[in-house]
Design a protein around this ligand. Structure first.
Ligand SMILES: [Mg+2]
Length: 280
């Protein structure tokens, strides 16, 4: 499969996984398989303005078709669920937004993780304060239950943004999540991409996870934990490479793709090995 290369593990702790072998094993248990995708940097190229981001051409068609071939396709993203739905309006997907603080299993019905609700007022106030106190080049993205501070257009502000976020986090007992040219303030609740994935794979015997950023490592680990506990479970971690966090994410992955532009081509190849199925 040309767009892929298998993982390079210089230490040799992990057996290299062939993409074709992984897909054939997946086809045998497609009725019990879930495909997870991160959004930014995985299904869409990252841009200075997060609101302008659109999926990579070909992704919508490939994801729609994949949803007809496996039991479930889920997005696990830092974005709000409404944003994710706007990019995949008619595709039968499970959506986990804000690192799992919001979930949508049925279109139009978003469930909020209850322990995060008491943080809503504080997050509104923090977003206002960030607009006032941080330099204009920092893009403040208010997401109802979290606040993301993007410094992509002025990377030299990284230290100042981190110091401000750290101060607010310790003052209000919040969690910080670092990403690609962004730091996010989140409620201090035990919810991340790892816990979302661990929960969702409980009654599956196969899961793939595609991600590009540090927040995706927890999801990679959730697959590894399940594999260690259940030798029959098939977990496949796919790193979508990038110059910023790519090395760390790639080191934890089984398979590598060269950036978000390579994702639709890989999925089209994958579909040739996954037969269509009739969902009940
Ligand atoms: Mg990402």
């Amino acid at each position: 499969m040309p767009p892929l290369d298998t993982a390079q593990e210089p230490s040799g702790q992990q057996a290299p996984l062939s993409p074709t072998a992984a897909l054939k094993a997946t086809a045998e248990r497609a009725d019990n398989c879930v495909f997870f995708f991160d959004f930014d940097g995985t299904l869409a190229p990252i841009q200075d303005d997060p609101n302008a981001v659109q999926v990579t051409p070909g992704v919508l068609e490939a994801i729609s078709e994949l949803a007809a071939r496996v039991r479930r396709v889920s997005l696990v993203s830092a974005r709000p669920v409404d944003f994710l739905r706007s990019r995949f309006p008619d595709v039968p997907l499970t959506l986990h937004g804000l690192y799992g603080l919001e979930s949508q299993y049925v279109p139009g019905k978003t469930i909020t993780y209850p322990p995060a609700l008491p943080f809503a007022d504080l997050m509104t106030e923090l977003a206002r304060r960030a607009e006032r106190e941080l330099p204009d080049e920092v893009l403040v993205e208010f997401k109802r239950l979290s606040v993301a501070l993007h410094y992509r257009s002025a990377p030299e502000l990284r230290d100042a943004v981190h110091a401000w976020a750290q101060d607010q986090a310790s003052r209000h007992g919040l969690r910080e999540q670092e990403g690609r040219m962004v730091i996010e303030l989140k409620p201090s609740v035990q919810r991340d991409k790892g816990s979302v994935v661990a929960e969702e794979i409980e009654d599956f015997s196969c899961a793939w996870y595609f991600g590009d950023d540090l927040g995706d490592l927890a999801a990679f680990r959730a697959l590894a934990v399940r594999e260690a506990a259940d030798p029959n479970f098939l977990g496949v971690r796919v790193a979508v490479r990038n110059p910023e966090t790519g090395a760390e994410v790639a080191a934890a992955a089984d398979l590598h793709l060269e950036g978000p532009a390579a994702v639709p081509a890989f999925l089209r190849e994958a579909l040739t090995l996954l037969p269509r199925r009739d969902k009940p």
